[in-house]
Design a protein around this ligand. Sequence first.
Ligand code: TYM
Length: 327
Amino acid sequence: MKKVLSGIQPSGKLTLGNYIGALKNFVKLQHEYLCNFMVVDLHAITVPQDPAALREQSEEAAALFVAAGIDPSKANVYMQSHVRQHAQLGWILTTLTNMGELERMTQFKDKSEGKESIGAGLFVYPSLMAADILVYNADLVPVGEDQKQHLELTRDLAHRFNHRYGEYFTIPEPYIPEVGARIMSLDDASKKMSKSNPNPGSYISLLDPPADIRKKISRATTDSGSEVRFDPANKPEISNLITIYSQCAEISVAEVERLYEGKMYGAFKKDLAEVVVGVIEPLQQRYREIRESGEIFDILAQGAERASEMAEQTLVDVQRMLGFITK
Ligand code: TYM
């Protein structure tokens, strides 16, 4: 069976961007692949985190995975730190990575811009991400557009290892949705929707009360025209809202355009809010049930146990290939 691996950071509220770009596809892929989905706490600490907040956000993110429709009897849901082999292979891959490659990563450049002190973890972040993927020999990695460059580096590292030590790693393919791979901010369509944006009006959190979601969508920036037409170059704000509609209603962009031909932005936004709430409200209902039941800890323990078994096999093989004395 082919394998899928992906992860989401517990560094704030999960957004509608995370849902459309990644989580929604996790749910789809679990029926056809052996799936591993993690909450990447090791990656989250590459920037300072408040311990109590990190703990809460980690539990929240794991529960949201399940609330979104990941079935823990089909896919492994776990914390990255519970599978120690990620960090171990991460170190090995760090030694195979060139400084220049890491310096070119746009995410590193964005996150370190203007900062006086930059943690070394932030710099080597992509080597750990490569280990996340390669430790399972994953075939497919569902991610949003912003992770594409990290995936390319992962592929390069897999090739490099295979070239130096012998064919071993599967070269993973990114799975980036054609529509919705980059959901933009509601207040500025030149920026990605992000949980780290200080303006909460710029993003929809999966845990926002429905009334807030309606308010945020009604206040979303639009151009001064009136045509509900998909044209990212000239109408980036409306195009972003059309994308969100299309992904939440599961209809094509062309169909959204057809539905709103001759209609005003106000009517479109009102319907869009209901479409988004229609997805998020039942998800929140399941989320509350999962949190109340406390079942997430069993799910995480089981997921980590199954994932560790796969990861250990790879780590031992790799250590042997490198010339380590293995246990
Ligand atoms: P993170 O936590 O920033 O985001 C999680 C996933 O959500 C996608 N995403 C978006 N998609 C569309 N529109 C948006 N506005 C948007 N914002 C975020 C991201 O592309 C991502 O797929 N480095 C990763 C986590 C990670 C990982 C991995 C992913 C660690 N190890 C191994 C895949 C495989 C990250 O920071 O994602």
